[in-house]
Design a protein around this ligand. Structure first.
Ligand SMILES: [Zn+2]
Length: 184
């Protein structure tokens, strides 16, 4: 918290809002670990490094399925490859096998949880970017004094956001492990 305030009272280039204390040590292009995730600063916006990495990987769809070796040219292949790293036919085979082994319910639960997790990550990323942007605009249009005023709102928002996202992730984790809130 002390550092959030410190960041806001400095030059506009130091206005990296985020959750934790260490952010003022980071500059454009840095990569560091925080809350079990890798982060970086790109175009002055703090974002998850893993995310950028994944986007790069997903952009490259191999010509052949790593699982069965068939050419991946069917309509659902690229979509399935992004999720499962195999072609559509292989996914169907895998799911049939899981059904036979009675493991399909667990698998389905894990897939739903994983979708929810990436939705939460995206939402968090979007909100952090939005805060960073609105902060910058605020600074350039007004001045030092009113930036401080806006900064306090940002701080409150970040606190609420952190509380909410901790809760979201806990709920997804409970769902994934088939727990009710009482057991958590
Ligand atoms: Zn395949």
């Amino acid at each position: 918290m002390r550092n959030l305030i410190k960041g806001k009272s400095g030059a506009s280039s130091e206005l990296q809002v985020g959750y934790t204390a260490k952010k003022e040590d980071h500059k454009e292009g840095d990569v560091w670990e925080e809350n079990g995730k890798k982060w970086t600063i790109k175009d002055s916006i703090k974002q998850t490094y893993t995310k950028l990495d994944e986007v790069k990987k997903e952009a490259i769809l191999p010509l052949f399925c790593p699982c069965c070796g068939n050419l991946m040219k069917k309509r659902n292949d690229s979509k399935m490859y992004k999720i499962h790293k195999m072609c559509f036919d292989c996914v169907i085979d895998m799911e049939a096998k899981l059904k036979n082994e009675g493991k399909f319910k667990d698998y389905e639960r894990a897939m739903v949880a994983s979708n929810a997790e990436s939705y939460i990550d995206d939402l968090e990323q979007y909100l952090l970017e939005a805060i960073n942007q609105s902060n910058t605009q605020y600074v350039s249009e007004r001045g030092e004094v009113e930036r401080w005023k806006g900064g306090i709102d940002t701080e409150k928002f970040l606190n609420e956001m952190r509380t909410n996202f901790v809760q979201f992730r806990k709920q997804v984790d409970n769902y994934k492990h088939n727990k009710t809130d009482d057991q958590a």
